[in-house]
Design a protein around this ligand. Structure first.
Ligand SMILES: [Zn+2]
Length: 413
């Protein structure tokens, strides 16, 4: 397997990754390009957009200027805060994925209270979520399809219902991790990205009839019609196109100003301020990614920290080796809830293993055939190195500003 000479991503990273002639990946090159951008200019573009939609809201007699999808995470908290700085009155919208952590609920409540904004929260019934999860984990190895589909559908339905034409999203996750888009594309939310990446090519009607799923179970995941979208003039922008996105700095800002809480620890990565509102995100969901493609959340987190100059590649690799293979404790919670045995789940995953990285040994056990640990001294690694920027917080060697007592136990609903 080829690995990026600068970060930790393998050549089979999802959704798509490319390496240049120096062996540096498209995600790292995108990050380089982001450093060259005139962010002051971009900020003026953002301001213009906010002014335009404030005026539009007034013209339509709306209470809200835009819709922002929020969870209990740092990204959406920061987005909501930022929109307020531009005089916006956003309607906050939550699709409750029902796999909540206490710390996530605490942060959601804190956000609504401290920013003094309205929140509309939709909770799908648990039985439908269970059936969807059981079907999709068996079909594509995704335990929380309902969460991605819900987040990519409910805010849009609300925007249509409230005749509010602007939705503000956070960072374009795919673009930022593996460099799917060019920074100058100014990519916006599309129905196509929603379907192909967030929903893995499945529309809700494709699930009907499986695991006893009826039309009514899939109701919340239906996207508005083209006519409705056009009538409202809907547009979804990503804040990361207008501001230099630095998740760690944003988390620190929220901790300092709003008492934002992090998780105390996580099973599958050292980063405790990101993806903390749902126990699926870094546990089972991420473990399934590892079993399919041979890399997990620690690879994502370390790669990002390396690009920001917060870690050396060697330190990043150490984190990947420590965490990427770990079986998460919430797997037991998930299996009990969804009604599958571990053997059943592993049987399903077997058919999805990427054989570029997984091979069966003589005893018919899956073995990983390569890892970033074998590529520490690759020929391009020295040349691709970035200087450290002195901001070394956020990983185990510098834990204190991030530590909270363990209160991130799971709750359903
Ligand atoms: Zn890279």
């Amino acid at each position: 397997m080829n690995y990026c000479q600068r970060c930790c991503y393998p050549a089979n990273a999802k959704p798509t990754i490319a390496f240049d002639d120096q062996g540096v990946c498209s995600g790292c090159r995108l990050h380089d390009a982001r450093k060259q951008i005139d962010w002051k200019e971009r900020e003026t573009w953002f301001r213009e957009i906010m002014e335009k939609y404030k005026a539009e809201g007034k013209k339509r007699g709306n209470i809200y200027d835009c819709v922002i999808a929020v969870s209990g995470g740092k990204d959406s908290f920061y987005q909501a805060w930022l929109a307020k700085q531009y005089g916006m009155n956003p309607l906050l919208v939550t699709f409750n994925h029902t796999f909540n952590t206490k710390v996530g609920i605490y942060n959601l409540q804190t956000m609504v209270k401290s920013l003094n904004l309205d929140l509309l929260r939709f909770t799908p019934n648990e039985e439908s979520v269970r059936k969807i999860s059981r079907h999709m984990v068996k079909t594509v190895g995704d335990c929380d399809w309902h969460s991605h589909a819900g987040i990519m559908t409910f805010p849009i339905r609300v925007a249509v219902q409230y005749n509010t034409p602007l939705i503000i999203w956070g960072e374009h996750g795919f673009a930022d991790q593996t460099g799917m888009f060019n920074q100058n594309d100014m990519v916006e939310f599309t129905k196509k990205t929603r379907r192909e990446h967030s929903m893995r090519g499945f529309e809700p009607e494709d699930l009907v009839g499986h695991e006893g799923l009826a039309e009514k179970d899939l109701g919340p995941y239906h996207y508005p019609s083209d006519e409705e979208i056009e009538r409202v003039g809907l547009r979804g922008i990503y804040i990361s196109n207008y501001f230099f996105w630095n998740g760690k700095a944003q988390a620190e800002f929220l901790i300092k100003n709003f008492n934002f809480r992090t998780a105390a620890q996580k099973d599958r990565t050292y980063n405790i301020y990101d993806k903390i509102d749902g126990f699926h995100q870094c546990g089972t969901h991420d473990y399934l990614k590892y079993l399919k493609f041979g890399y997990g959340r620690a690879t994502d987190d370390a790669s990002m920290d390396i690009r920001h100059g917060r870690m050396t590649r060697e330190e990043g690799i150490e984190m990947v080796q420590k965490y990427d293979h770990v079986r998460p404790t919430d797997l037991d919670v998930y299996l009990k809830w969804v009604g599958l045995s571990e053997a059943e789940l592993m049987g399903v995953v077997d058919t999805m293993r990427d054989q570029k990285i997984w091979q069966k040994d003589a005893a018919h056990k899956w073995q990983i055939t390569d890892s970033i640990g074998n590529h520490i001294n690759d020929p391009g690694a020295q040349t691709a190195k970035l200087p450290l920027d002195g901001d070394r917080g956020g990983y185990t060697a510098n834990l204190p500003p991030y530590y909270w007592e363990r209160d991130d136990q799971y709750i359903i609903l």
